[in-house]
Design a protein around this ligand. Structure first.
Ligand SMILES: Nc1ncnc2c1ncn2[C@@H]1O[C@H](COP(=O)(O)OP(=O)(O)OP(=O)(O)O)[C@@H](O)[C@H]1O
Ligand SMILES: Nc1ncnc2c1ncn2[C@@H]1O[C@H](COP(=O)(O)OP(=O)(O)OP(=O)(O)O)[C@@H](O)[C@H]1O
Ligand SMILES: [Mg+2]
Ligand SMILES: [Mg+2]
Lengths: 166, 153, 153, 166
């Protein structure tokens, strides 16, 4: 399983016109000037995978994730991020080569989840991703400026990091 | 439970030794604080950089901590590999030689996996299979694919 | 007490406006949360980068936060100047253009003051009046003065 | 007042042979590979000015500041840092153009302070530096990796930052 495509609309610095980012396996580098939106791309992935703590996406409350610069010509303001997973190895227990995981957030902070465009509850959504080992931890999603903290883990945190993977 | 943990511990410890010596030609390893009481004691992570004494990873320099952390993350992959990794400027405090070392190891590890990295350093960008540039336009973020291998400075 | 604070607040606010617009051609300023109750309310720090809306400094990008923080520190100097400043890789998350801006402003402010900075970026090193190289030898740190202006890469 | 010279011996990665660093006003840049001792130079200044929290010098206890790689041929292991201040503007209320502030630390974690080579109590030492506005705060000594935290100050912390300077 890997991310083959990412779609972002109305999420942080990304406007309501859908932005499509094609990805592949291996090493992908994102560059750009300060404040251009690099970290927001990583936030969009974390958001689409169900992260619910605003602080993990560097905002004070979920509704601050909705793009607030340009108006939405196409209607109500919703933040949406969709991940297209290449599922040819069937790690996600679904009979399709591509599985899309979509999350939408409205202005009241309410989220709606979809798997392959079928609405699904948050719990079922998270269970499905968990089975396929697609959940993010502090060891596979490193936020800007925090890499040295891993070396400062307490000895219990190190033990737990190993225990969690068994 | 104890057996399973010890087995996992060995895998990670061996992998740490392997990766760290490859990246720095020093040594690094894990130690159980109390073998008789594993689940209520901790794990120590010790490193020894070339020509330096062994030290706990909490008392080394900023760049050294970055290297130790990356080696720990990659070693855990041996236990259970994540489908993808999101790294946001993990190379910020690395000097040029260590950035190069990092790019080698990440490139090697990225086969069969997926690393999505925000980076400011050339050594990592050069090794990428795909490069995206992000720039602001009319108040929103725009994304463009760079053609490999020329990188517009 | 209230009068003294308001006077100090004005000095810092004016200086923030001045330095920030010089560095980024955007706007930045301070706001009192509650003018009637100054000592039990807080101060907000707002920034507006070119072509962007105004935002609180807590919700901008890593590089933008670095700039805002440096402007705040330098503005406080107007209130009471420190004899010297110790900065350890404050430019780690800045892109090339912002590193350059930073080196201009620091150079300007260093007259009559003293800035001792650990830096990895060329733009800051080039502007230094004095450059020290540190390197490990026989298990200890050694220090050597670099001759200006050629910098051994 | 500014730092005209720094002497470091037996402090962290600096051996017991005295290291002398001549400084001047303006911008001074320190460079070098990872782990060479750059941040330790800044720690030596913070230490010489009386910082007593080990965490601020990135160690677990004060005695860990003493150099632990090479043996001391000249006798007992002591960490020492001395700052030579150019006092021609007489900001430090003493009748000398150069004022030296020295701190020594022994293996038991006990410190001894000297001003111009005269032993002095810690309290008197700190008072003297305070009068000359030589104390370090989180706004004039920025540790590695912490600059963005200043932008994340709470609104009370920002107010207090201004109040402290009045
Ligand atoms: N008591 C001590 N005795 C000897 N060496 C020590 C002592 N305490 C720390 N060190 C070592 O000092 C070295 C240099 O640390 P320092 O943090 O100054 O490096 P640096 O040049 O800032 O590196 P970076 O670029 O990675 O930030 C480290 O390798 C550390 O292990
Ligand atoms: N809801 C929102 N609507 C519009 N813009 C937003 C929103 N939330 C955050 N932003 C803006 O997004 C911009 C980009 O942030 P991001 O952190 O992704 O930058 P970056 O490219 O990672 O920069 P750096 O190199 O400084 O880390 C910031 O300027 C921020 O103000
Ligand atoms: Mg960023
Ligand atoms: Mg350092």
């Amino acid at each position: 399983v890997y991310i083959s495509k990412l779609e972002i609309a109305g999420f942080k610095s990304f406007g309501f016109k859908n932005t499509v980012i094609h990805l592949k396996q291996g090493l992908i580098s994102i560059l750009g000037p300060n404040g251009s939106g690099k970290s927001n791309i990583l936030d969009a992935i974390i958001f689409a995978l169900g992260e619910n703590k605003p602080k993990m996406m560097r905002v004070d409350k979920l509704s601050s994730l909705i793009h607030d610069v340009n108006k939405n010509k196409h209607g109500i303001r919703i933040a949406r991020a969709r991940i297209h997973f290449d599922n040819s190895d069937r790690k996600i227990p679904l009979e399709s080569n591509i599985v899309t995981s979509t999350r939408e957030l409205d202005i009241n902070g309410e989220s709606t989840y979809y798997i392959n465009n079928k609405k699904i509850t948050r719990t079922k959504f998270l269970d499905l991703l968990d089975v396929a080992n697609l959940s993010l931890t502090q060891l596979n999603a490193i936020q800007q400026g925090t890499i040295t903290r891993i070396s400062e883990f307490s000895s219990d945190e190190k033990r737990i990091a190993i225990e969690d993977l068994i | 439970k104890r057996q399973t943990f010890l087995h996992a511990f060995d895998i990670v410890d061996k992998e740490i030794k392997l990766i760290f010596s490859k990246m720095t030609s020093g040594f690094a390893w894990l130690e159980l604080q109390n073998e008789d009481n594993i689940f209520s004691s901790g794990v120590s992570y010790l490193v020894q950089f070339p020509n330096k004494p062994k030290r706990d990873t909490a008392s080394i320099s900023g760049g050294e901590k970055t290297l130790a952390a990356i080696v720990f993350i990659l070693a855990l992959q041996k236990l259970k590999s994540s489908s993808f990794y999101l790294f946001d400027e993990i190379d910020a405090h690395l000097d040029a030689p260590n950035s190069k070392q990092l790019s080698h190891i990440i490139k090697e590890r990225s086969c069969g996996s997926q690393f999505i990295m925000v980076s400011l350093k050339d050594s990592l960008i050069e090794k990428a299979n795909l490069i995206y540039g992000v720039y602001p336009k009319d108040g929103t973020s725009q994304v463009v694919v760079y053609k490999k291998p020329t990188i517009a400075k």
